[in-house]
Design a protein around this ligand. Structure first.
Ligand SMILES: Nc1ncnc2c1ncn2[C@@H]1O[C@H](COP(=O)(O)OP(=O)(O)OP(=O)(O)O)[C@@H](O)[C@H]1O
Ligand SMILES: [Mg+2]
Length: 235
């Protein structure tokens, strides 16, 4: 893919629930156009129910558009088969959710390696473990490798979730209110970490957030209202 092609390209993407001719149709997204280039960072803001999670999930192939074209890292998601989509979700994008979704029985390191275990034949486990070690050190958790999630604070759990999202070296990090469940200090630290990863690793960052601080740190703020997207690029 040439450097000039967007890594995320949405053209006239619409999402509705219910049949198109029924009165109970909900139009969640209406003809959303979006171009994101590799290494950019953007925040998606908007009122509750405005479609932020839906938009993020469509970009990560966790949901499908009703209309329009979704092309991510050169893949046309509307045309991809199930196997290709599964591989895309594992390798191209990393997800962080508001709740960390760590598995309570597994240690920190085991949780970090979970995405590899989802592969039919996990490859490069040793290499991934080393990368996990480096990343956990990077987020200040190298002394917690054998701890269980129940033994960690909220901010620590969310940092483990960040490392898990990055373990397969995704090009795009999709975060849905990653700081939503954290106190102010942990929230600032996590926002800082996401921006550092964006700057240092050239990771493309798309984050849904209610935090104006995190939104301000990103290069561009996208605002969803009534299914329409407005872009406010920082000058
Ligand atoms: N499966 C579904 N069936 C019908 N409507 C749905 C479904 N999933 C989501 N919606 C509706 O789509 C709209 C957008 O939901 P979405 O979760 O994307 O909002 P959001 O902006 O992320 O909100 P929040 O800030 O509360 O997380 C909501 O009105 C929701 O009720
Ligand atoms: Mg949401």
């Amino acid at each position: 893919m040439s450097a000039k092609e967007p890594i995320i390209l949405l053209e006239k993407v619409s999402k509705r629930y219910g049949s198109s001719n029924s009165k109970s149709t909900t139009n969640v997204l209406t003809k959303v156009d979006l171009e994101v280039y590799e290494g950019e960072s953007m925040a998606i803001i908007g009122p509750s129910g405005s479609g932020k999670s839906t938009l993020l999930n469509i970009m990560g192939a966790l949901d499908t558009a009703s209309d329009g074209s979704v092309c991510i890292a050169g893949r046309h998601l509307n045309e991809a088969g199930e196997n290709e989509l599964a591989e895309f979700r594992r390798r191209t994008v990393g997800f962080i959710f508001q709740a960390h979704h760590l598995l309570p029985q597994l240690s920190v390191m085991e949780n970090v390696l979970v995405p590899l275990l989802a592969e039919p034949q996990p490859k490069g486990m040793l290499e991934a473990e080393e990368r996990g070690r480096v990343l956990l050190k990077r987020v200040g958790l190298d002394h917690r490798l054998d701890h269980k999630p129940g033994q960690l604070s909220g901010g620590e759990k969310q940092r483990v979730a960040v490392v898990r999202a990055l373990i397969c070296k995704p090009r795009i990090l999709l975060a849905d209110e990653p700081t939503g469940a954290l106190d102010r200090k942990s929230s600032e630290n996590l926002a800082q970490l996401l921006m550092e990863l964006n700057h240092e690793e050239g990771l493309t960052l798309m984050t849904v957030t209610h935090s104006m601080e995190l939104a301000r740190l990103t290069g561009t703020v996208l605002e969803l209202e009534d299914g329409h997207l407005q872009t406010n690029r920082a000058s």
